[in-house]
Design a protein around this ligand. Structure first.
Ligand code: GAP
Length: 517
């Protein structure tokens, strides 16, 4: 199965099993906006809880807030978003479609690199076991030529972006003969900058309306509350403020399902430190965050750090944690050392003193900031992508069968336990309902009596339920049930009185948080 096919299957599965629906689907949807369904919202809430508890409960010096989406417009002037939060866009005159110029060029580079991969694949088949891929890549004339071409274009694009040379970006598109994917023509406009913030108006009287923005990041809500939290919480530096909330960006290239959305959620933490200690804290937070990811058990090799060579003007170090999505390694989380830029800017624009008196240093200063910023939806996508598995299985009657199983980390699974009466009679539904009603106070349980037991197992596998309990006639005699484990499909007999302990052991948030310790 190609990675493209796999991604299509994951997307379809998310819809079929109530994880994610296109927004306003009965009106044909709204570009890059999605709704979370009955299964998805549970997984999303569990991810939030895992992040929140790891930040706020496990760290004595991190506390949380929930700031408003609307903020004073000066916030976005101070943060630089009004002037500099934009993308280089180009229009095709024939199709009237608008594209990000850098993305068009990147796609062109990717096509060249795909050609290289195809050459390598062909050669690997031709030479069999004796194939030396590294040698082939370094010496095959066609491959070397493609590699050089891709590198030249990439360097030109990076230089143009760095020097804000929009004319050069257009020239690269012309030189590479990049055509509009819709019209097929090369009839391009100039490249222009386009701000990504959504704006709206607050107030009803024409002379007193205020142009406000839907926040493009949650971080600024933390910066403008720094003084409030530090003072009312009597926080001593170093300390952090965590927040989970919606963010909005008018992304032009919004694709790859929930990877890049126009309305999404962020989980951000700003950690305030004394100047001069920021790089030490930056390394510490990189370690803490990668541990948080790896504790999920999706596979350590699915994560890697990508250090930014080109830093934003306010940063003195920055790395992304990248995840191997079905479409390749891509940014999942950013960890940035943002100096004192944001607090200094707010001090300047608001005219309020934003300083900390450090009793140990006996001096006042503007704190420096380490930021960890992760997209909740992207985190969701990383989990469902890694969890999705198609498996061939042998049925009890000897026939071959298949199942789709979502190997979601048990502590994050939407439903922890399904309680299933073997048949819909003989008092088994009543017994099963009683078990469910007893356990529902501890974890998310589902009761299901419809269809054969095999079909019910498949439904639970498809939403990633770690345990299914079957109530049969023996249950009525000795108060034992069959527990089926999602991953191994093994079954064991256990007393009802031990269910809570068995299920909690693997599925509790505590067990996951302890892996971060
Ligand atoms: N405060 C820093 C900040 O917002 P960012 O790299 O622009 O930095 C942080 O965003 C994270 O938010 C990204 O690593 C990504 O996970 C998520 N994110 C950003 N734009 C997104 C979008 N359009 N759709 C979904 N997630 C997005």
């Amino acid at each position: 199965m190609t990675s493209e096919d796999l991604f299509k299957k994951i997307t379809a599965h998310c819809k079929e099993y109530g994880f994610i629906f296109p927004s306003s689907e009965i009106y044909d949807g709204l570009g890059a906006v999605y709704d979370y369904g009955q299964t998805g919202v549970e997984l999303k809430n569990n991810i939030k809880k895992y992040w929140w508890d790891a930040m706020v409960l496990l760290n004595d010096n991190v506390t949380g807030i929930d700031s408003a989406i609307f903020m004073h417009p000066s916030v976005w002037k101070a943060s630089g978003h009004v002037d500099a939060f934009n993308d280089p866009l180009i229009d095709n005159r024939d199709s009237k479609k608008r594209y990000r110029a850098d993305v068009l060029i990147e796609e062109h580079i990717r096509k060249t690199e795909d050609r290289i991969d195809r050459e390598v694949e062909k050669a690997a088949k031709r030479f069999g076991d004796s194939f030396d891929e590294a040698l082939f890549r370094a010496t095959n004339g066609r491959v070397v030529e493609y590699q050089r071409a891709a590198e030249t274009v990439r360097n030109r694009m990076n230089d143009a972006l760095k020097s804000e040379n929009l004319e050069e970006l257009r020239q690269i598109i012309i030189d590479c003969e990049i055509a509009c994917p819709v019209s097929g023509s090369r009839n391009w406009t100039e490249v222009r900058r386009f701000n990504l913030m959504f704006a709206t108006e607050m107030g009803s009287a024409a002379d007193s309306t205020l142009r406000v923005y839907l926040r493009p990041e949650t971080a600024q809500g933390i910066f403008v509350n720094y003084l409030n939290v530090q003072k009312t919480g009597r926080m001593k530096i170093p300390f952090g403020i965590a927040q989970i909330g919606k963010a909005f960006r008018n992304e032009i290239v919004a694709r790859q399902f929930i990877f890049r959305m126009r309305e999404f959620e962020q989980m951000e933490m700003q950690f305030f430190v004394p100047p001069g200690t920021e790089l030490e804290w930056y390394e510490k937070w990189k370690d803490i965050r990668i541990k948080w990811h790896k504790a999920l058990g999706l596979g350590d090799r699915k994560y890697r750090f990508h250090r930014h060579e080109k830093l934003a003007h306010y940063a003195n170090a920055a790395s992304d944690i990248e995840f191997e999505f079905p479409f390749g390694f891509k940014e999942l989380e950013g960890i940035h050392s943002r100096t004192d830029f944001d607090l200094s800017q707010h001090q300047k624009y608001s005219g309020k003193k934003i300083q900390y008196f450090d009793p140990e240093r006996n001096e006042s200063y503007t704190p420096f900031v380490i930021e960890t910023s992760i997209g909740l939806d992207r985190m969701f996508l990383s989990i469902v992508s890694a969890a999705y598995a198609e498996e061939k299985i042998d049925r009890e009657d000897g026939a071959a069968d298949e199942r789709v199983v979502m190997r979601i980390p048990p502590a994050l699974a939407p439903v922890k336990l399904a309680v299933l009466p073997l048949v819909k009679k003989d008092g088994l539904p009543e017994k099963a309902t009683a078990i469910k009603n007893r356990l529902k106070f501890e974890f998310n349980c589902q009761y299901d009596e419809k269809d054969s037991i095999g079909k019910r197992y498949r439904r639970q596998d498809a939403i990633g339920t770690p345990y299914c309990v079957t109530v049969d006639h023996q249950t009525l005699e000795d108060d034992t049930v069959t527990i089926r484990h999602r991953d191994t499909m093994e079954q064991e007999r256990a007393p009802i009185s031990r269910l809570s302990e068995i299920v909690s052991e693997k599925t509790s948030m505590k067990s996951l948080l302890e892996k971060n310790g």
